[in-house]
Design a protein around this ligand. Structure first.
Ligand code: SF4
Length: 506
């Protein structure tokens, strides 16, 4: 059932209906606005928001609310009345939410090899066959990469293993874990490891090592078996069957270790392709069936092989957004039946909207995550702005290469390329963003802008990046506008962030 009503859109306020001669600009703090249904959503730079009735909005911009009136109190409590703002308190709040500006990159993605034993039709990583061991990262490059990661001024760093299939270069994976753990005895960082794997090369010995060294395991699941196996082509067996078997085994091991399995589970990510669009219910059901509590309904990226197979697997942003609304409506329905599952975009955005937190999701922050939030280390020692920057490189364009593992950390963080990428990732330099009601919660990805629009800055008015995020914000705002107490309780539950302490290396 796909229909436009599932994804209600916001629209700009029609100011021609309001008398400008009555406006009192000095009364309000700077704000942006958008119609959500019949109400007017207003947001300010601090990330506060209110949904006002049209008459309340008119009264607000005319500066009519008086102390003691309910509307005045709502506006004052949400920092929309200029003279009532506690500037010191708001500065501290801003600093707390922008904590990521005060230290270096936290996420360090190591591409251990370009080899993979799957031939996924959408693969972003431009992988090669298993015989191409020449594309493996060497021990020397790996150690230099780890040394750089430890030079980050961030107190917490995550080393994430990516590929290809990273477990194909198992010896180097193992070496990095042991080398970084030893280094951390002196460095005393909050160190964690994450592995993104298709699980097809897993065995008991490897699993023991990963569990012993607290490596968080994340995998790819595209939905039910027929859909998954159709897209994730695996000549050596049944990819879905293998995956589900290992997911269950790992989750069982977490349970045996005494970990709370409400929080400690294998994370699985789907990639949405054209055949997925009509299968939103099956995909959600497949995730619930394997014990997942969260689904990240990611749109196909414009990177790597995915660009080449766009004709068969691709779809328009409108088609994706209808899929998204169908799937999330179904997830909400399941929650009403006490099945606890959430969608990750929604959870990230609701965190910002409802609990005033900055979850530091690198694609929805300003500046974006390029260089200052993450670095990508290629097998040949190239250092990139991000994983996506490396994908662009694998398509023959080194635009996002900011140096190599032989450069100093200071050079990587301050060179002209890095500074240009960071500046381009600011919402405040985007003409459309500065007047957008969602600016306090939104962000940029310069690699996406470059790949889809040919410039680091992009052009938000025609950008599918902007369209996706604006539409999901609109969708959530309409949900919040009509939510009853039970729905609000569910949305708040989705925003609960728990630190998975077990995955921090002691
Ligand atoms: S990218 Fe789009 S939705 Fe996000 S702040 Fe800019 S204009 Fe708004």
């Amino acid at each position: 059932m796909l229909n436009g009503e599932l994804l209600p859109r916001g629209r700009q306020v029609d100011f021609t209906q309001l008398a400008p001669e009555r406006w009192k600009p000095g009364f309000a703090t700077p704000f942006n606005q958008r119609m959500i249904g019949r109400k007017v959503l207003i947001t300010n730079e601090f990330g506060d928001w209110l949904l006002l009735e049209p008459e309340e909005f008119r009264s607000f911009i005319e500066g009519r609310p008086q102390p003691g009136e309910p509307l005045y109190d709502r506006l004052r409590n949400a920092n929309f009345i200029a003279r009532a703002v506690d500037v010191q308190m708001q500065a501290e709040r801003w600093q707390r939410k922008k904590h990521y500006l005060f230290h270096g990159p936290t996420l360090h993605g190591f591409v251990l090899t370009q080899r993979c034993n799957h031939g996924c039709q959408y693969c972003h990583s431009s992988v090669v066959g298993m015989e191409r061991t020449d594309t493996d990262m060497s021990i020397d490059v790996a150690e230099r990469g780890v040394d750089l990661a430890f030079q980050s001024t961030a107190s917490a760093i995550t080393i994430e293993f990516q590929g290809g299939e990273p477990t194909a270069n198992w010896d180097v994976l193992r070496h990095i874990v042991e080398y970084a753990t030893r280094k951390n005895v002196e460095a005393k960082k909050i160190l964690s490891f994450a592995l993104v794997t298709n699980l097809s090369l897993m065995d008991d010995e490897r699993l023991d090592f990963l569990l012993d060294h607290r490596v968080q395991i994340c995998t790819s699941l595209d939905g039910p078996a027929d859909l998954h196996n159709r897209i994730r082509i695996f000549k050596n067996g049944n990819s879905h069957e293998l995956l589900v078997r290992w997911m269950k085994k790992i989750n069982d091991r977490y349970r045996e270790m005494g970990l709370d399995t409400n929080h400690y589970r294998v994370e699985a990510l789907p990639t949405i392709t054209r055949p997925s669009l009509a299968r939103w219910k099956d995909i959600v059901d497949a995730f619930v069936a394997v014990g997942c509590r969260a689904i990240f309904l990611r749109k196909l990226d414009p990177f790597g092989f995915a660009a080449k197979s766009a004709k068969t697997l691709g779809y328009s942003m409108d088609e994706y957004l209808e899929f998204y609304a169908n799937a999330v409506d179904y997830i909400i329905e399941l929650n009403r039946q006490d099945v606890q599952v959430m969608e990750r975009h929604a959870a990230i955005m609701l965190n910002k909207i409802l609990v005033d937190e900055e979850p530091n999701y690198l694609d929805l922050r300003t500046p974006g995550g390029a260089c200052v939030g993450q670095l990508g280390y290629a097998p040949d020692g190239g250092v990139y702005s991000s994983d996506e920057g490396r994908f662009v490189a694998s398509m023959g364009d080194d635009m996002f290469k900011i140096g190599t593992v032989h450069d100093s950390y200071q050079n990587l963080m301050t060179n002209a390329a890095t500074r240009a990428l960071v500046m381009a990732g600011l919402n405040d330099t985007q003409p459309d963003c500065v007047t957008c009601v969602y600016k306090p919660w939104c962000g940029q990805q310069v690699e996406y802008n470059y790949k889809t629009q040919g410039s680091l800055h992009g052009h938000m008015r025609d950008s599918t990046w902007c369209k996706k995020h604006k539409s999901i914000f609109d969708y959530l705002m309409h949900k919040l506008e009509s939510a009853d107490e039970r729905d609000m309780e569910m949305f708040r539950r989705w925003t609960t962030n728990r630190t998975l302490d077990h995955f921090i290396v002691q």
